[in-house]
Design a protein around this ligand. Structure first.
Ligand code: CP
Length: 382
């Protein structure tokens, strides 16, 4: 018998000795196998027929979500964590739960956002945020366009707002923006019709990172009140710290901020946090230790001693982690500077580190963000 695999063992063509015709075998995970004749003797034609049948059947197997269109979050943009109240934050967390389950399935494809157009507009480097928005959009059936801004007409002198107006004329549904300028997503949201998601604006805010961190904590601890969370390191330049302080304190956790005096901004006092300048005191009784990246690209002047000295004082290793609760977990938004703010072995220790879990939660929370914002916009008749 001749046999040919077309799609990772899910789709095969075979021809028995006593037959001229190619047969199709389609076996999707947890489904009964379907066997059918391609009614063709010619391999290329049989392949075309089999692939067409595979695409048609896969489409009918796409997940249809029942969604709640009466969200507690009513806006069409997500720009600042500081503007979110408890019910709004809980709305994003609640809608993410179905996506955590969905993302574990073998077939991860839904029609929910079919026909919607989403632009990733990253003016700063990114791995996690950009790719997780891309994965989230594609799993929900939307079309996602990654704009290569390093090769865009901004290099020819076009202003950022002109670029946004140009993209707005292509009728996008969502613009996901990362940019070094603080407040830029807010400005963009005022001149476009699309939903705008702030994927990081300078040292200001990164709301979807803080939401995914909250989702990671919720999954582990099932609660926020009564938790003591330490946020350690370069608070001054960290949009992740700002967004997390807002979201986690609104949810009822107590926040300790730890770092060298030069990396803790004065305005952090306005937020409800306890400030420590050494790890031993700051980590006492903490349930979670969230480390921050030293933002070398934003540091001007001498905010920190050399990296070795910084690691000795503020880098998290097993010894410093022992100052926290016995079963405390470690988080880091990434990318990490191993050996600068975190010990490499500890970062990879899955019994203590939630770093990979944070990335997994990032896809689920971003699926929920896209669902909520797009449905709110559709509801408003935009
Ligand atoms: N945490 C975070 O924003 O990572 P990226 O810079 O890789 O997107």
């Amino acid at each position: 018998m001749k046999k040919l695999n077309l799609k990772n063992d899910q789709l095969q063509l075979y021809k028995r000795e006593n037959s001229n015709l190619w047969q199709i075998k389609l076996k999707l995970p947890k489904q009964k196998a379907i066997r059918k004749s391609s009614v063709s003797k010619i391999l290329e034609e049989a392949k075309r027929i089999a692939l067409k049948m595979y695409a048609r059947i896969l489409k009918t197997k796409k997940q249809f979500f029942k969604i709640n269109k009466n969200y507690n979050y009513k806006k069409i943009h997500l720009i600042e964590s500081s503007k979110l109240n408890k019910k709004e934050i809980e709305c994003f967390l609640k809608e993410s739960i179905k996506y955590i389950k969905f993302n574990k399935k073998n077939l991860k494809k839904s029609n929910l956002l079919e026909g919607k157009t989403i632009f990733n507009l990253f003016f700063e480097d990114s791995t996690r945020t950009r790719t997780s928005f891309e994965v989230a959009a594609k799993r929900l059936g939307a079309d996602l366009i990654n704009v290569a801004l390093k090769d865009s007409s901004i290099n020819k002198g076009e202003t950022l707002l002109d670029t946004m107006t140009t993209i707005n004329s292509m009728s996008p549904d969502v613009l996901i923006v990362r940019h070094p300028e603080e407040g830029i997503s807010k400005k963009i949201s005022k001149i476009v019709n699309a939903c705008v998601i702030n994927a990081g604006d300078g040292s200001h805010e990164h709301p979807t990172q803080a939401l995914l961190d909250a989702l990671t904590i919720k999954n582990k601890f099932k609660k926020f009140s009564g938790l003591k969370i330490a946020i350690c390191g370069d608070i001054l330049h960290s949009r992740v710290a700002r967004s997390n302080i807002e979201i986690l304190s609104t949810l009822g956790s107590s926040i300790n901020v730890i770092g060298p005096k030069t990396l803790i901004p004065k305005d952090v006092l306005k937020r409800k946090v306890n400030i420590f300048y050494n790890m031993k005191d700051g980590l006492k009784n903490c349930d979670i230790v969230m480390m921050l990246r030293i933002q070398k690209e934003r540091i001007v002047g001498t905010h920190i001693p050399n990296e070795k000295e910084y690691f000795n004082k503020f880098g998290l290793d097993y010894k410093k982690l022992s100052y926290a609760k016995k079963k405390a977990f470690v988080m880091h938004p990434g990318p990490m500077n191993r050996g600068v703010e975190i010990d490499s072995k500890l970062a990879d220790d899955v019994t203590r580190s939630l770093i990979q879990e944070q990335v997994t939660m990032g896809v689920a929370i971003r699926m929920a963000c896209l669902e909520i914002l797009i449905n709110n916009r559709d509801k408003n008749g935009n």
